[in-house]
Design a binder for this molecule. Structure first.
Ligand SMILES: [Zn+2]
Length: 289
């Protein structure tokens, strides 16, 4: 019986998100194996829940952490011998304990950036107990491989966030609020109300098309610009510096979101192309090349 529960909630491959395979680590600058797949919602949603992909038993959990320090995570053992591992959760959002039975569809916290991470995302891994036994989760997540015998996987295609058009809009879906939409696009309720002539901010309807603020990056920096990071550019949300290698390289602007931009080593990252900076960088930290 096909189960259409969206696995992992609505998490997808973000533009520049790290896939399974070797990559240059965004913090250490060293080429290392990436044993899982990095996901977030599109458009980016910092409150995205993480949803358990199959029934199992919790074998490891850490509920508190900080960016650059301890990592929140939960590991689940499944009957078929595989484990799933969900990491970087926001601190204090995991409720399960070791020994708990969990079901497919249970919530396993909210995405975050605890541990060695440069931005809010979920690192999702499937293995037989160690990093060395990790398998590529792509087939299970996106190509219909029924790894756990609980039906096929994510019914929605992996997507990359759309590049903001000159006149970006958002179509309201069920249960959305103006404040939630404002958060999602890095703007305010007042700004959305003004742009859309909304007098009662509690009254929006499903299907309503909302105008969003235009991208406001500096006029010189556009999608496709080649840039470098200034010496004082730091990992988003922290005072931690990137590795020397990150500062030395030329990057390509993939997206502009307000005064933040997403940069990548490659103008058209391929599916297997995983060297990246996932976190939006403040436009003031970019030098046009
Ligand atoms: Zn990862």
């Amino acid at each position: 019986m096909a189960n259409t529960l969206p696995l992992l909630g609505n998490l997808r491959i973000p533009t520049g998100g790290a896939l399974f395979g070797t990559r240059i680590h965004p913090i250490t600058g060293v080429r290392t194996m990436h044993n899982g797949i990095d996901l977030n919602e599109s458009p980016f949603n910092r409150d995205a829940p993480i949803i358990c992909v199959a029934d199992g038993v919790v074998t490891q959990v850490r509920r508190t952490g900080v960016q650059g320090g301890a990592m929140c995570h939960i590991r689940i053992r499944h009957d078929n011998g595989f484990n799933t591992w969900y990491t970087h959760q926001r601190t204090n959002t995991i409720t399960q304990s070791v020994g708990d039975r969990v079901r497919r569809g249970d919530r396993l916290g909210i995405i975050g950036t605890t541990g060695q991470s440069t931005g809010v995302h979920l690192h999702f891994q499937i293995d037989r107990g160690t990093n060395a036994t990790a398998i590529n989760p792509w087939g299970f997540l996106f190509d219909g491989v029924d790894l756990f015998g609980q039906g096929t996987t994510n019914p929605q295609e992996p997507t990359t966030p759309p590049i903001l058009s000159p006149n970006p809009t958002h179509v309201v879906i069920r249960n959305e609020t103006l404040s939630g939409i404002a958060r999602r696009y890095n703007t305010t309720v007042a700004e959305l109300a003004r742009l859309n002539n909304i007098s009662n901010v509690n009254l929006i309807r499903v299907g309503q098309v909302l105008r969003l603020p235009k991208a406001t990056a500096s006029p010189q920096i556009v999608v496709g610009s080649r840039v470098r990071l200034t010496d004082n550019a730091v990992v988003f949300g922290t005072t931690r510096r990137f590795s020397a290698r990150v500062y030395a390289e030329t990057w390509i602007v993939l997206q502009i979101r307000g005064d933040r931009v997403v940069i990548h080593r490659n103008a058209n990252p391929r599916r297997g192309e995983i060297d990246n900076i996932m976190s939006p960088i403040d436009v003031r930290h970019l030098i046009l090349q």
